[in-house]
Ligand binder design. Structure first.
Ligand code: HEC
Ligand code: HEC
Length: 218
């Protein structure tokens, strides 16, 4: 994607994620009792299959909650969780988690997994023909994985690796289903297929490595 197209897309994503919907963090805190079991104290999930929510951008969190509710992002557990919440509740909860501090992930540096993860994150995969290329994660998620909240690019820094890998596989699965006629679980709520286009060419080994790298990125 050239720079102009990227900037234009960013503006559209800004409108679509409604980042200016500022919720009330104190009211949000009153609604998160049921969330703590999986997402941990102050949104720092300890079980790695659950995402950390702490420090994530408010606009992105609100978009995900709305997407679970509308079915744009499918997850049986989260559908049940958002069912009793109003839009104002969701905005307040998003404000609460956005205001928390994410606990830092630590990963082994400089082994083969780290080197591969860093290579994909910073450089993508460029040496292959067009249809096998992967855009560098750094372009949208930033050098320290903090994302670009105003553009709808979420923070990835210190995110649990098992959760990240699960999401990358779910984005990738959309292309696999189209190729094979399978109907496996997919994630398709990414604006303009941005993540599906990135993930469709990643191998399992690369997904594992980049997820480990992201956990240690902070
Ligand atoms: C029983 C466990 C469980 C509970 C309780 C739970 N969640 Fe979740 N949550 C999950 C799982 C699993 C996912 C990942 C779903 C997927 O793979 O797409 C998730 C994903 C999310 C996401 C998306 C995060 C991201 O980075 O995209 C948000 C936001 C979220 N939950 C908020 C909440 C809130 C708010 C509550 C309480 C009202 C809650 N959750 C309660 C299991 C839970
Ligand atoms: C062109 C911009 C762009 C590029 C390049 C990109 N991403 Fe993303 N990414 C996004 C957007 C936008 C979303 C949010 C989708 C949504 O709204 O649900 C996202 C979401 C994600 C998520 C889900 C986060 C969560 O909390 O559930 C993961 C994981 C992720 N990206 C990893 C990566 C990795 C790894 C790479 C590099 C291999 C990458 N991204 C490259 C734009 C990008």
């Amino acid at each position: 994607m050239n720079k102009l197209a990227l900037a234009f897309t960013a503006v559209l994503a800004l409108i679509s994620t409604n980042v200016f919907a500022l919720g009330n963090a104190a009211s949000g805190q009153e609604k998160i009792e049921t969330c703590t079991g999986c997402h941990g104290p102050q949104g720092n999930a300890i079980v790695p299959i659950y995402p950390k929510l702490a420090g994530q951008s408010e606009g992105y969190l609100l978009k995900q909650l709305r997407d679970f509710k509308s079915g744009a992002r499918k997850d049986g557990i989260m559908l049940g969780m958002v069912a009793p919440l109003s839009d104002a509740d969701m905005a307040n909860i998003a404000a609460y988690y956005a205001a928390q501090t994410v606990t830092k992930g630590v990963t082994t540096k400089d082994d083969a997994v780290f080197v591969l993860g860093q290579k994909i994150y910073r450089g993508g995969r460029k040496h292959l023909p067009d249809h096998r290329q992967v855009t560098a994660c750094i372009a949208c998620h930033g050098p320290k994985g903090k994302g670009i909240p105003t553009a709808g690019f979420p923070s990835l820094a210190s995110q649990n690796a098992a959760y990240t890998a699960k999401q990358l596989k779910a984005f990738r699965q959309d292309a696999l289903n189209a190729q094979t006629g399978a109907t496996a679980h997919v994630r398709t709520n990414d604006y303009e297929s941005m993540m599906r286009r990135v993930a469709k060419n990643l191998t399992n080994e690369e997904i594992n490595a980049v997820s480990q790298y992201i956990f240690g990125l902070n």
